[in-house]
Design a protein around this ligand. Structure first.
Ligand code: TXA
Ligand code: MG
Length: 320
């Protein structure tokens, strides 16, 4: 395994060769780092599941280098889908559309649909275009762990299990893409980098709660996006237990018995908070704490994606 600077053309050439030969490349996107390979190579995709320790029933997002490539993957790309593509691609919006039979079942975990997005990160785009094939990629973390937003996160987790890592520095958005299913919808399957309100300007009201409807997003288990340390969302008047407690604060640190504090955005900017979320959780997770308490953020714009990730992390701990 080696790490190369992703903004270097030679590195892109080398990485695309690895992809074409069915190897695994970790690459930066504007949301989080992805663990990618040729979406049409079923054996290579199987290795992604192995490396992540991810259950087979969890479908992957396929990343394309051009909007038109969606036709190689999907049947029936309707008017509404094109309007969303025109507005939000390249960028952190994933569309779930009926799949073509050529897309291997292992990519979609046997679903009739496939999730597709065109990332805006220059390194991701260069890699996909140079590979000349769509790239299937989940976030580059072991199953159930936090998504990586820096190369160091990847090295500390998957490290030697992959063939090549492209370093692109920190991911600018820092939370995963928004996922919208268009059939039987439009339905918001996962809040993320594009605020749902902006999507609704085009689609009208989105149906919510796709995650509990298993067949739509079987992989969207609550244990995703979780630190190893137990986490609780802070409530008014909540009594803290004994032990080493870390605080994930939104705007400013609160007084209290905290062994470690991370502030997401001193100016109260939800975009900035989202971009720092996983990084801050990674740091707290590495601080030898018994518990992380997270201050809630306003549930608007990217605040929804942040609260979604925090509640999932809390849910995992509550179930033990
Ligand atoms: O920002 C992102 O989306 C990042 C970067 C690397 O692109 N990727 C990412 O992938 O977050 P992953 O695998 O960690 O999350 C993909 C989510 C899963 O929850 C999965 O269930 C859902 O997408 N998904 C994939 N295909 C689907 C489908 N056909 N129908 C419904 N949900 C699907
Ligand atoms: Mg993930």
């Amino acid at each position: 395994m080696k790490v190369l600077w992703g903004f270097d053309q030679k590195a892109i050439k080398e990485a695309s060769k690895v992809i074409r030969e069915g190897g695994l490349v970790v690459f930066p996107t504007e949301t989080v780092y992805g663990l990618g390979t040729d979406a049409f190579n079923a054996m290579a995709v199987a290795r992604i599941f192995e490396v992540k320790g991810r259950p087979r029933f969890d479908p992957l997002i396929v990343h394309v280098g051009w909007p038109e490539e969606v036709r190689r993957l999907c049947l029936k790309v309707d008017e509404r889908a094109w309007r969303l593509i025109e507005r939000f691609w390249p960028g952190p919006l994933t569309l779930v559309l009926p799949k073509r039979p050529e897309v291997p079942d292992i990519v979609t975990a046997g679903l009739r649909t496939v999730a597709v997005r065109m990332p805006s990160h220059p390194v991701a785009l260069a890699l996909i275009r140079e590979s000349k094939t769509p790239v299937a990629a989940p976030s580059a973390n072991t199953f159930g762990r936090l998504s990586p937003t820096r190369v160091e996160h990847v090295l500390g987790d998957l490290g030697e299990k992959v063939d090549l890592i492209l370093d692109g520095g920190p991911c600018p958005i820092g939370v995963e893409s928004t996922i919208v299913a268009l059939e039987d919808g439009p339905r918001l399957l996962r809040p993320g980098g594009v605020p749902a309100e902006e999507i609704e300007e085009i689609t009208g009201p989105l149906l919510k709660g796709g995650e509990s409807r298993r067949p739509q997003a079987p992989g969207n288990l609550p244990s995703h996006y979780s630190p190893q340390t137990p986490l609780m969302v802070l409530r008014e008047g909540m009594r803290l237990p004994e032990g080493r407690i870390g605080l994930l604060a939104f705007r400013e640190p609160k007084g209290g018995p905290y062994a470690a504090v991370e502030v997401l955005s001193p100016r109260g900017d939800l975009k900035e908070a989202a971009s720092r979320l996983f990084e801050a959780l990674h740091r707290l997770d590495a601080s030898g704490l018994d518990l992380i308490v997270a201050e809630p953020v306003p549930e608007e714009g990217l605040g929804r994606a942040i609260m979604d990730r925090l509640r999932k992390a809390q849910g995992r701990w509550k179930r033990g």
